[in-house]
Structure formats: structure tokens, C-alpha cells
Design a protein around this ligand. Structure first.
Ligand code: SIN
Ligand code: CO
Length: 374
């Protein structure tokens, strides 16, 4: 299969990027993405940061001390800030602004199951979150202003003790760049970096996610717990009378071990688990059901006229056998699978007369606020 050049990788193909950089090495692409649509003004960012359901942080470095405040952040709090040396960071802006979501989905040369969110930070001169590393891959897009980025492949990841954020005890830069509007810096997980705003500007962080093995196992056990239904009960009709009644006898251990071995799973179970788990919205995400929903016939007509767009917070992923939306399987009919997959990949459907079963499935999601036909 030939891979097309990816504009935001400066024309590099996805296979070359993955072979040489992804999870391996940093990459700076000058002028990767200059057309970011309408700039997200600081006022907009403040408004988002003031909302309860939006995750935000304010980070200041004052008198040799790191200060962190978690949102919601009031307008009055912003009024009290100095001219320089602070950063405000707002998580998942792609859930609120369609043109920001469009930037996130341009990273579709990587699997959606690995994409997390688009965070926006604003900093006046001197604003920084300090030298640190992140656990996940990240693309850092400069939007307006100017920032100095320093990066380091250092092995020393000792952190400043007692600091409210992860700050490296010592940071030895290998490379230093001044980045301008449209420059994109990719960093693999655990790569040390240190950005300081030189001019007021924003950084759009396209963040990825990867569960730890511990998290996966814990979540899988929770998934199994809800699904395992086994017959039978512990029994001991031929019990040997104990000389030491407090002892848990080896025969009891063997019988219970045999019972536990009845818990079985295969790749199909794991695929179903991943579909549920990876498409599950974060705890603070809610969907707005339509106040006055149209009937199914009107919905079918709207679909034929306008097509369908996913709500910005909706996540659809699919496995070989099922399609999962916002943590639940859709229960797709085999003949509709192609359409569901198209919706999952493109996050929209063109106007058309779709099969009745498919429309019925879409109508349910419409009633839950997962997508719109308008
Ligand atoms: C920033 O937006 O200034 C910090 C982003 C990061 O270092 O991950
Ligand atoms: Co970082």
C-alpha cells in the first residue's frame, strides 16, 4: 500500500514518520500547520477555564516556587495575574470548538484509539510549565507568538521533590529552537522538554494516550466481573475430619483453583473489552439529548437532506465484529457494518437515503445526543 504525504508532517508519509520518529525520536516541522482557522482568543480560553466541566490549570513560577491552581478559574483570578510568567492550560478544547476538533482529527494517520485530546495553553512572555517529561506522545503546535523549546534525551528523570507539578531536578538541553506560528514539535513519551514563551502565544498540544499494563488488567477484571456467570458451588461430601480445624486444607485449595480456571477468555473477549473500554468517555463528559427531538421519519428526512455529524465528544471505534460508541456496543447488523465503520472513520455521513435498520440505529444515538442530522 502506498501512503500519501501528510501535509502536517511537512509532506512526510505516515509510514516514514512511524518508522523513524513515532515513539522513537523528536521531530520539529517548521510551518506544518499555519491555517488553524479562527484563533482561539484568550477571552475564549478564560471562558472555558471558568466552566465546571472543563479541566483547566493555571501554573505560575514565582519567587523560585511552582504554583498550580486547578479550575474552574474565575475572570477575577485572571484580572489579578501579572504581565508575565504564567501559563493557563485548558484540556479537551476539541470538545467545545468544531474547528479545533478538526485539527485533532487531522492526526488520523494514527489510530483514534491512541488519540486523546487537544489541550490549549496560553502564556505571556516568561510563561512556562518548567522542564519536565510527559508519559505520552505529544505534538506541540505553536499558534501565534513565539516560544523557545529546549529538549533533551537525558536519562536522568529525577523530579523536584514536593513540587505540585512534575519538574525535572536537572535539565541539560540537547537542542534549542525558537518556534513561530505553525511550527509543530513531536515528542515521544518520556522525552524531556522545556518551553518558555518569548511573546504572548498559544500552544495546541495534540496528546495521545496509552494505558499502563496495570490499568488494562484492572479494567479487564472489572469487565470480566460483570460478565462471568458460572454454575456450581464448593462441595465436600467426602470430607476427611480435620485434626486441625483451623487449617485450609490443600484439597480445598485444589478445588477452588479448578473453579477459577473455569474463567476463560479469548481474543474475541479482549476485543469486546477494548471496544467498551477505549470508547468510554471520560468521567466529566456528558451528552446533551435534544430538548424537542424530531420523530424518526423527520430524522430520516433530515439525514437525507443534511447528512450526519458526530457530536464533538462522541467516540466511535470498531473491532472486526462490532462497533462501539461512547462505551457501548451498537449491536450492528452485518449489512450495516460498512456504514457504521464509515461513520466511525470519517465522523460524518453525507446526505443520502440510508437503509431502514441503519436509520433506526442512528435515531437512537440522535436521541442520546451522540450526533446530529442538521
Ligand atoms: C505548554 O503548553 O506550554 C506545555 C505543554 C507541554 O509541555 O506538554
Ligand atoms: Co509536556
Amino acid at each position: 500500500m502506498t501512503h500519501p504525504p501528510i501535509e502536517i508532517l511537512g509532506g512526510m508519509t505516515a509510514d516514514v514518520f512511524i518508522r523513524d520518529y513515532w515513539q522513537k525520536a523528536p521531530l520539529l516541522i517548521r510551518g506544518a500547520l499555519t491555517d488553524v482557522g479562527e484563533p482561539v482568543g484568550l477571552e475564549w480560553l478564560k471562558e472555558l477555564a471558568s466552566q465546571d466541566e472543563v479541566e483547566s490549570r493555571l501554573i505560575e513560577y514565582r519567587q523560585s516556587k511552582w504554583l498550580v491552581e486547578h479550575g474552574p478559574l474565575s475572570a477575577r483570578r485572571f484580572d489579578r495575574l501579572p504581565e508575565s510568567d504564567w501559563t493557563v492550560l485548558v484540556q479537551s478544547v476539541n470538545h467545545h470548538l468544531p474547528h479545533i476538533a478538526d485539527i485533532l482529527w487531522r492526526f488520523d494517520f494514527l489510530p483514534f484509539a491512541r488519540l486523546d485530546d487537544l489541550m490549549i495553553s496560553y502564556a505571556p512572555p516568561g510563561g512556562t510549565v518548567g522542564p519536565h517529561f510527559d508519559s505520552y506522545d505529544v505534538f506541540l503546535l505553536q499558534v501565534g507568538g513565539k516560544k523557545r523549546w529546549q529538549i533533551s534525551g537525558q536519562e536522568d528523570i529525577r523530579l523536584v521533590e514536593g513540587a505540585p507539578i512534575k519538574i525535572l531536578q536537572s535539565f541539560e538541553a540537547d537542542q534549542t529552537w525558537e518556534v513561530n506560528h505553525g511550527d509543530l514539535l513531536y515528542l515521544p513519551p518520556k522525552y524531556a522538554h522545556y518551553g518558555v514563551a518569548l511573546e504572548p502565544g498559544m500552544t495546541y498540544s495534540i496528546g495521545f494516550r496509552a494505558p499502563t499494563q496495570q490499568e488494562l488488567v484492572t479494567q479487564f477484571l472489572i469487565y470480566l466481573q460483570d460478565r462471568v456467570a458460572l454454575e456450581g458451588m464448593y462441595a465436600d461430601p467426602n470430607l476427611t475430619p480435620p485434626t486441625e480445624p483451623a487449617r485450609i486444607a490443600p484439597e480445598m485449595v485444589t478445588q477452588v483453583a479448578t473453579m477459577l480456571k473455569a474463567i476463560q477468555w479469548d481474543d474475541a473477549t479482549v476485543a469486546d473489552f477494548l471496544g467498551h473500554y477505549l470508547s468510554e468517555p471520560k468521567p466529566h463528559v456528558f451528552y446533551d439529548a435534544p430538548d424537542e427531538p424530531m420523530g424518526e421519519d423527520d430524522f430520516a428526512e433530515a439525514l437525507a437532506t443534511h447528512g450526519l455529524s458526530l457530536d464533538l465528544k462522541t467516540q466511535i471505534l470498531f473491532t472486526e465484529t462490532e462497533v462501539y460508541c461512547n462505551g457501548e456496543p451498537i449491536g450492528t447488523e452485518a449489512e450495516d457494518t460498512t456504514l457504521w465503520r464509515q461513520l466511525a472513520n470519517q465522523r460524518q455521513l453525507p446526505p443520502a437515503a440510508y437503509p431502514a435498520d441503519f436509520i433506526a440505529g442512528l435515531y437512537e444515538g440522535y436521541l442520546s445526543g451522540y450526533w446530529y442530522a442538521e
